[in-house]
Design a protein around this ligand. Structure first.
Ligand code: FE
Ligand code: FE
Ligand code: ZN
Length: 289
């Protein structure tokens, strides 16, 4: 039995993508209200416009709520509009500048994670895409920063870079500050990319370990998929309602190899109630119910 005063075992770190529109303190309160112990948020408007300056009092209240409820690490998400390997120099330049600014702001909530989509090479080819992403990361990553930057595993829609573990490994190996990089595994994306986590999660994690190294895996996005394995589509579905199915997520939340990693839902829900229910469902799977 746990000694009195000791916190109960936490179970998996679970949460969803939350909105910053009412401020950071309100976002942390939303997390508490749905039983989340981690969450994601956009570092600026998802369309990629200007970032609001962080308000000192709002940020202090946010940090206090997270600390008081044992929430974190958090997984901030870069807007989808950033493309470090666009064919347009001004788009590449915008992505680099915006990522630098985002990471500067992330230093005010140190020790968290920042994930981004590596980019789309738009017919320049994977080699040029990887080269541009590495060049961008060399400009963006600052030695000594306290945020780990995560490359997201992609579905391979269009010309997306990061559709295989090999492509992600090439990016990590091609940058000067690979020690600041990790990977966020999106369950919908890897299945859409052709990795069979439905019948062989452990085999996919073995391959991840062989190609990238499991110590690089720092977060997960939990999404079911509207499409079959290898479809390269990227359409998220609610947990248990898509081609991955409930048993896949039972395997994910009970895998000792994934224990302790933040797991963030990006499922189509109408509001906070839907995510609260999904978080509760995943906690019950983790508890063996
Ligand atoms: Fe994403
Ligand atoms: Fe994702
Ligand atoms: Zn997606």
């Amino acid at each position: 039995m746990a000694a009195s005063g000791e916190l109960p075992a936490r179970g998996p770190l679970l949460g969803c993508h939350l909105s910053t529109s009412a401020g950071y303190a309100a976002m942390a309160a939303d997390a508490v209200s749905i039983g989340a112990t981690t969450f994601a948020f956009f570092t600026r408007n998802p369309r990629g416009g200007n970032a609001r300056e962080l308000d000192d009092a709002d940020l202090a209240a946010f940090l206090a709520t997270c600390a008081g409820h044992g929430i974190g690490p958090l997984v901030a998400h870069a807007p989808y509009t950033y493309n470090l390997c666009s064919a347009k120099p001004e788009t590449v330049e915008f992505a680099r500048r915006a990522m630098r600014e985002d990471l500067g702001r992330m230093e005010r909530l140190p020790g968290n994670l920042y994930n981004f989509h590596p980019g789309s090479h738009v017919k320049q080819g994977v080699d040029e895409g990887v080269r541009l992403i590495c060049e961008g990361l060399d400009e963006v990553l600052e030695p000594g920063q306290r945020t780990t930057v995560l490359l997201e595993t992609m579905a391979g829609k269009g010309t997306e870079v990061g559709r295989s573990f090999e492509e992600l490994a090439r990016i990590i190996e091609g940058t000067r500050h690979g020690e600041l990089l990790g990977v966020c595994l999106d369950t919908c994306h890897v299945a859409d990319a052709g990795y069979d986590i439905v019948s062989d999660l452990d085999g996919v994690l073995d391959e991840f370990d062989r190609v990238i190294g499991l110590e690089r895996l720092r977060a997960l996005h939990l999404n079911d998929s509207k499409n079959p394995l290898g479809s390269h589509k990227d359409r998220h579905e609610r947990i248990g309602e898509g081609s991955l199915g409930l048993e896949t997520f039972r395997a994910v939340v009970t895998s000792p190899r994934l224990a302790g990693l933040p797991m963030v839902l990006e499922t189509p829900q109408a509001g906070l109630d839907g995510w609260a229910a999904e978080i509760a469902l995943l906690r019950s799977l983790a508890a063996g119910e």
